[in-house]
Every structure is written in structure tokens, then in C-alpha cells.
Design a protein around this ligand. Structure first.
Ligand code: ATP
Ligand code: LTN
Length: 335
């Protein structure tokens, strides 16, 4: 708790252009939480370098994501929006927690197995240790709730295990966090291969809708989206993954239920259906794109946000870390 409100922490990697999947699966839910909780939304740049990044593209993606957070409706006065690498306490706590995490636990992580297959030429120690840095992110702020997608559930369980292990040795140091897995837009799939999730690091750009894609590009990508040969719009993720994904997107951007959407498109044919989905997405993204363009011209404002929010995050992180340092028996720093 901070004051009388529970603490929420979540993060996103600046590993490319933010996608409609990130927006509907994460940001849109974060937006709804910002008035009822104390929220920290971190840009986890240190996590992102566990796979190779081109420095210039990476820097741009990092800058853009902060503006996209704000353009999407996250209030930077209410929420603490900041960069992980600006608050060194994340790295420091991560080292300490490494000494309370077992190799066996880390080797069981599904994301590590998947990413080491995908990046078989660069299976670095950071990739293996990724979940411990994530545990440090969460535990530094005495987080109560962590809104994440289904794919992060295992990492969250490990965070709880590490926290409980530490607490059982040293007393109540960390709040034990709970997951908060939203239902709407929980899993937006790739447009050309609706059996895998839409992902910002996907090399095939026809698979993803970027938040900042031009309306014409968006319409085109939806027109090309894979469906099936039935020409019948109804929701059946198992047998009709493409159409179901499009229905899910339409439902998420319009706020209508899946049943309402099915009715709306009964007997309409895939061509018209895809056009309507595209138009709904374009309309949804238009104000975000406009706000983003305004923010790009307001460098001073963005810099002041970064400065203020880094200080706010640091103040909380410092408190937790000094408690941890004391508990493990480090000699006190002389100031
Ligand atoms: P990468 O391609 O680098 O792995 P990503 O696009 O998968 O990135 P992350 O940065 O790992 O996204 O995740 C940021 C947030 O967005 C997480 O909360 C994650 O659950 C959510 N998210 C990512 N992709 C989707 C998706 N396709 N549908 C719904 N939510 C998503
Ligand atoms: N691993 C997460 C990103 C992430 C995160 C966090 C999410 C890093 N630290 C702390 C919630 C809380 C991902 O890949 N989506």
C-alpha cells in the first residue's frame, strides 16, 4: 500500500513499435486502473537488452513508448511512468535476489526455453536471469497487484516464491504480489498467423498493427488478414482462429460483446467485415496518434515528466532496498 491505495506495477519492453496487442492487452487495462490504485508503469529497457538491440532503433523505441503511454491516456501525474535503467535499485535488488533463486527454478521457465530457441546464437546469462530482474521490479515497490498477460503468469509465481523465501528468512520485508489478468483483449493474435500472438518483435510487419501505423496501412493489413474459406462470421477460436481474432479486436475497440459483433456481421461476407474492423481500429487509434504527434513537439514537457517520475520511483525503491540491505547484513553506508 502507498497511502490508502494498493500498488500496481507493470512493465513493457521497448523492443519495437508498440502493437495493437500491447494496447488492447495491457495499456487499455492499465488506463482503467489508474484512478483506483497507485500505479507504476515501467519501460523495462534492461529486460529488452537480453536480446540484441540496434542502439539507435532501441533509443527511439524507448522514447516513443513513453509518449505512447501518455498518448494512450495514462496520466503521468497520477501514474509513475519511468525507465527501469534510470533507477539503479532494480539492478541492485536483482543481484541480491539472484542469491535467493535456484538454477532449477530458472531453467523451468517457458519463456527462457522459447527465447533460447529463437535466439540460439545468443543464450546469454541475462536471458536466463530475466525473471529475477522482473521479481526485483515488482518487489522494490511493495506491489500488491501485477497486471500482465497470461504469458507472464509463470514469472509472477516465481516472484511470489522468491519473496516468500526471503520473508521466511528475514521477516516481513516484501509484500507478496498477486496477478491481475484482464479478460478483454487478453490475447490478440498475429494477422497472418492467428495461432500465435501479435508481438512487437515480429519481423513480418503484416502480422502486427503498430499503434502509430498510418490509417491506409492499417486498412491494408486488415484486408490481407488470414481468415478461412467459410465466409461466415462467427466466434470459434479453435476452428476459425483468424475470424475469431478479428471479432475479438472489433469487440475490444468498440466495447461491444462478441455476441453483438457476431449479429452485426451475420451474412455480411469477409470483405465488408474486414473493412469494418479496420475502420473501427483506425477510429480508435486516431486520437492517440494525434496526441502522440503533439507530444513529439513538446520535448521540455517530456523531459520534466521523466525527471519527476524517476525521482518518485527512486524514493520508494530506496526505502525497500535499504531495508533489504540491513536484513542481509551489509555494513551501513556512510552518507
Ligand atoms: P516482444 O515481441 O518483444 O516479446 P511483446 O509485444 O510480446 O514484445 P511485451 O513487451 O512482452 O510485448 O509485453 C507488454 C505487455 O503487452 C504485457 O502485459 C503483455 O502481456 C501484453 N501483450 C503483448 N502482446 C500481446 C497480445 N498479442 N495480446 C494481448 N496482450 C499482449
Ligand atoms: N516480462 C514482462 C515485462 C515486465 C514486467 C515486469 C511486467 C518486466 N518487468 C514487472 C510486470 C511486472 C513481459 O515480457 N511482458
Amino acid at each position: 500500500m502507498i497511502g490508502d491505495k494498493k500498488v500496481i506495477f507493470s512493465g513493457m519492453q521497448p523492443s519495437g513499435f508498440m502493437t495493437l496487442g500491447n494496447y488492447l492487452g495491457a495499456l487499455n487495462n492499465w488506463k482503467k486502473l489508474q484512478y483506483d490504485y497507485n500505479c507504476l508503469y515501467c519501460i523495462v529497457d534492461m529486460h529488452a537488452i537480453t536480446v540484441r538491440q540496434d542502439p539507435a532503433k532501441f533509443r527511439k523505441a524507448g522514447r516513443d513508448i513513453l509518449m505512447q503511454y501518455i498518448a494512450s491516456g495514462l496520466d503521468p501525474e497520477k501514474n509513475i511512468i519511468y525507465y527501469q535503467s534510470h533507477v539503479p535499485q532494480h539492478a541492485e535488488l536483482s543481484w541480491i535476489l539472484n542469491c535467493f533463486t535456484y538454477m532449477g527454478e530458472l531453467s523451468r521457465m517457458t519463456q527462457f526455453k522459447e527465447k533460447s530457441q529463437k535466439h540460439s546464437d545468443n543464450i546469454n546469462a541475462g536471458l536466463f536471469d530475466y525473471p529475477v530482474l522482473m521479481a526485483a521490479d515488482i518487489l522494490l515497490y511493495q506491489t500488491d497487484l501485477v497486471p500482465v498477460g497470461e504469458d507472464q503468469r509463470q514469472h509472477l509465481e516465481l516472484t511470489r516464491d522468491i519473496a516468500e523465501r526471503f520473508n521466511s528468512l528475514y521477516g516481513d520485508v516484501f509484500t507478496i504480489p498477486e496477478g491481475y489478468i484482464g479478460k478483454v483483449g487478453a490475447r490478440i493474435m498475429a494477422l497472418q498467423d492467428p495461432t500465435k500472438k501479435m508481438s512487437k518483435s515480429d519481423e513480418n510487419k503484416n502480422n502486427t498493427i503498430a499503434l502509430m501505423d498510418d490509417p491506409k496501412v492499417i486498412m491494408n493489413k486488415f484486408k490481407k488478414a488470414i481468415t478461412d474459406s467459410e465466409n461466415e462470421v462467427h466466434y470459434d477460436p479453435e476452428n476459425k482462429p483468424g475470424v475469431s481474432n478479428l471479432l475479438g479486436i472489433y469487440s475490444a475497440v468498440t466495447g461491444k460483446t462478441i455476441e453483438e459483433c457476431e449479429k452485426e456481421f451475420a451474412n455480411c461476407g469477409y470483405g465488408n467485415f474486414k473493412t469494418s474492423v479496420g475502420e473501427a481500429v483506425v477510429a480508435n487509434l486516431e486520437p492517440i496518434q494525434k496526441k502522440f504527434a503533439d507530444l513529439q513537439n513538446n520535448k521540455d514537457y517530456i523531459e520534466s515528466i521523466i525527471k519527476k517520475n524517476t525521482e518518485r520511483a527512486s524514493a520508494i525503491a530506496t526505502k525497500t532496498l535499504s531495508k533489504v540491505r540491513k536484513k542481509v547484513g551489509f555494513v551501513e553506508k556512510i552518507r
